[in-house]
Design a protein around this ligand. Structure first.
Ligand SMILES: [Zn+2]
Length: 577
């Protein structure tokens, strides 16, 4: 039994959890029975008998009847305002299984058109070609403007896919954005054209191409922005999430997807904290240049002028890191790879530079610059060429300016090699993966990158064995922030549609997967001493679930309900009401 002080009147707990299966996620993954909490901090962990003395007349006692309690979940990489902006009421929900075919998508739009004024913009989010009936067996078939125009003649509509990398616009939106056959191609990405007529089809791939349309879509108002964050916090509470990294807000996000990465969110977070409405601890990864088009100049300008808000409680809101983008994603062949895609080409970097060597040098210089200014760096890198370069950059930066403990990390890291995972471990750096994205795409990526690379993709086993810190997360809105589905995906690696196991040698255990969602995330936040496990002296951030995750059939982990979420000793979600 661990206790903070010997029990006496003043150690009487505010809250005691008894008769539970407490999965502490301490060093030895010990299982306990009871937890006491006072002033938001865990004061005892042990058997029911050991914790009973902490119960006083005003202690709230929760008998969990054997239910498991985990440390609060840490979503180590997600986009909170973006996620909220993609959910009702701010956007049409186009995710699977709500939408299973292109006619479903058109029907949802037809309905929405009846609810808004003519001319009003309609945003939608989450369609996935892998689950659309017409597209799943035909990679050339995408939903196009012709599919949705008949139901939306007078309302511009923009539908972003689940990954955020592909955007569908209807003809009204193209018209308002001034896009026609004569519009030149974007500098990078693609504005898809009908091969016969040269007419834009409404499909825009990658962010630079999206800008052709998205700059015409009205930005969210201040009120809508706050609503977006509140919507997200609602979903997170219901899923046991008590900490997250908001992976890209700042002066570089003003224009991206209607302003969902704008610096205004920094003030919104401060406001929510002051009001007592911030029900998760937030770690902000700052975006200092235009999303997907960041330059060293942007970094210099913004790092010099940005002032980390000083008047906030660091237990709840911190600004430790800077985000850099190195490339795109595999399904759209925009990951920057060492070897060619099946159909040729090895993808592109989104870094400035005329040659690959220049782009490589730029990334290393950017990382070194951010590092030498005392920030942690998170680099979006999916292709192995992008990952290799980013890891080289981390190593170079740590050599050049030693000291500190920056814990830089690769975001996604789909194809990280064993050698680079070891290099990360050697400099105390890590990687933030999204296991559920893995099972969403594993059914169709073999056609794009070949079987061998597809089986290796998201090599969690390799990363853990190399000793690098591995976190798991949803990358919401890319996937819904249900960490149980992420655990199931990391453990089984079964394709969402086919159930086919992709790369069984990269599976990890349930215990390991739980660590990636708790203590490893706390480590990435430099807060493993105060959160991430159920131990005396740490924040009382807890998540009560309805099934024993350690013994249930792993195929059922995704369905385990979250029953209660506690943050800093306060119950912020209770399924029973
Ligand atoms: Zn992301």
């Amino acid at each position: 039994m661990e206790t903070r002080r010997s029990s006496s009147e003043e150690t009487r707990a505010d809250l005691v959890i008894t008769n539970a299966k407490v999965i502490t996620v301490d060093k030895d993954f010990n299982i306990r029975q009871a937890v006491a909490v006072k002033d938001g901090i865990i004061t005892a962990v042990g058997t029911d008998d050991e914790v009973r003395p902490f119960i006083g007349p005003s202690t709230r006692v929760l008998d969990l009847k054997g239910k498991p309690v985990l440390p609060g979940i840490n979503e180590a990489h997600m986009h909170a305002p973006f996620f909220g902006a993609t959910r009702p009421p701010l956007a049409l929900d186009l995710t699977y299984p709500v939408i299973q075919s292109i006619p479903d998508m058109a029907a949802a739009l037809r309905q929405k058109v009846t609810e808004v004024e003519p001319g009003e913009w309609i945003r939608g989010f989450g369609w996935d070609q892998a689950t659309l009936e017409e597209c799943k067996n035909d990679p050339t078939r995408l939903p196009r403007k012709y599919d949705i125009d008949p139901v939306s003649r007078n309302n511009p509509a923009v539908f972003t896919d689940f990954s955020g990398h592909t955007l569908l616009a209807n003809s009204k939106a193209l018209e308002l954005a001034g896009i026609s056959r004569d519009t030149p191609d974007p500098d990078s990405g693609e504005m898809e054209r009908d091969p016969a007529t040269g007419e834009p089809t409404g499909i825009f791939k990658e962010l630079v191409a999206h800008a052709l349309i998205s700059r015409s879509v009205p930005l969210l108002t201040r009120e809508e922005k706050k609503k977006a964050v509140l919507t997200t916090l609602d979903h997170l509470r219901a899923n046991g999430v008590t900490s997250y990294t908001d992976a890209a807000i700042g002066p570089g996000g003003e224009m991206y997807v209607y302003g969902v990465m704008s610096a205004e969110f920094i003030d919104i977070y401060k406001e929510l904290l002051k009001e007592g409405n911030l029900t998760a601890r937030v770690n902000v990864l700052l975006l200092f240049g235009e999303y997907g088009a960041l330059t060293l100049e942007d970094l210099r300008r913004n790092i010099e002028s940005f002032k980390v808000p000083a008047d906030v409680d660091k237990a709840w809101l911190t600004f430790p890191g800077v985000k850099i983008f190195a490339d795109g994603i595999p399904p759209t062949m925009t990951s920057w790879m060492n070897e060619d895609y099946v159909s040729g080409g090895h993808g592109t970097s989104v870094l400035p530079g005329k040659t690959e060597q220049e782009q490589r040098d730029q990334l290393i210089e950017m990382i070194t610059y951010v590092h030498s200014n005392g920030y942690q760096v998170g680099v979006h890198a999916t292709g192995d060429r992008a990952i290799d370069t980013a890891v080289d950059g981390f190593v170079r930066a740590c050599e050049k300016v030693s000291g500190g403990d920056p814990r830089h990390y690769i975001i996604h890291g789909d194809f990280i090699s064993q050698e680079k995972a070891k290099a990360l471990a050697g400099i105390n750096c890590g990687i933030a993966m999204q296991p559920y994205i893995g099972v969403m795409i594993s059914d169709y990526v073999p056609a794009i990158i070949g079987k061998e690379r597809a089986a290796y993709e998201w090599p969690a086993r390799t990363v853990l064995d190399a000793g690098a810190n591995l976190t798991s997360s949803s990358d919401a809105p890319v996937t819904y922030p249900n960490w149980r589905l992420g655990v199931q995906a990391a453990v089984l690696r079964e394709g969402r549609v086919s159930g086919r196991v992709s790369g069984p040698e990269e599976c990890i255990s349930v215990n390991e997967a739980i660590r990636t969602y708790t203590i490893n995330g706390a480590w990435q936040d430099h807060m493993e001493d105060v959160k991430g496990s159920i131990e005396v002296g740490k924040f009382a951030d807890l998540c009560v679930i309805g099934e024993d995750i350690l013994t249930v059939d792993p195929h059922k982990i995704g369905e385990i309900p979250v029953l209660m979420t506690i943050v800093g000793g306060r119950i912020v979600f209770d399924k029973e009401g």
